[in-house]
Write a protein that binds this ligand. Structure first.
Ligand code: SAM
Length: 187
């Protein structure tokens, strides 16, 4: 699928698959960490606009609804950070999350940031490190279109924190197209 330029776009099959994995994973992650930790964080680093042209939910809404609908006694405060580079998509997402923010009042905080994953997360992690603190247990989703130029150093900075994990969309097909070129030799 060519990279969409519109604010919202049609859901494709592989994104539908990603969403099923995300929803099932969060259904387990929320009660495991949410009943043993005081504060947990969900970061969607390539958040998108929150919905598709057919009305299907995007990853930020799937994550918020996983908490709204969970039956477990989740006592942790959950912070949701949604990072989106395109200002129109970030604005669209802000409107969609507003009603859910009301429903989660006192249980969760929600922040939509217009910016890039790399600079927003590096800024956050460097500040935490400079204060000699640790990131609260976090689930970080990195789901770019194609290749994102996100340095692996950001991922390793996240993974240095206890109980933090990263869910990366790995574009194997895209990488296969270049594997035999001189720039990307196989061995
Ligand atoms: C594959 S879509 C995300 C879909 C969304 N995660 C979902 O599942 O509903 C990728 C999004 O990342 C945004 N984006 C592209 N480069 C980015 C960057 N460096 N940092 C943050 N967002 C970026 C695009 O505007 C697009 O909305």
């Amino acid at each position: 699928m060519p990279t969409p330029r519109t604010t919202i776009w049609e859901l494709d099959e592989h994104s539908r698959g990603k969403h099923i994995v995300l929803e099932r994973y969060l259904k387990a992650w929320l009660p495991i960490l949410g009943t043993t930790q005081e504060r947990i964080v969900f970061i969607d680093g390539f958040a998108g606009p929150g919905e598709y042209t057919g009305g299907e939910k995007g990853s930020p809404i799937i994550a918020l609804e996983a908490l709204v609908e969970h039956k477990a006694p989740i006592t942790a405060k959950v912070h949701f950070l949604f990072i989106e580079a395109d200002p129109r998509r970030a604005q669209h997402l802000e409107q969609l999350v507003a009603p859910l923010a009301q429903r989660l009042l006192g249980r969760a905080t929600i922040e939509v940031k217009t910016g890039t994953f790399d600079s927003e997360l590096s800024g956050l992690l460097n500040e935490i490190e400079s204060r000699k603190m640790l990131l609260a247990p976090s689930f970080v989703m990195a789901d770019p279109f194609g290749v994102s130029h996100t340095p692996m150093s950001v991922m390793s900075q996240i993974l240095k924190n206890p109980s933090s994990e990263v869910y990366v969309s790995f574009m194997a097909e895209f990488i296969n197209r270049f594997k035999d070129t001189e720039l990307y030799p196989v061995s």
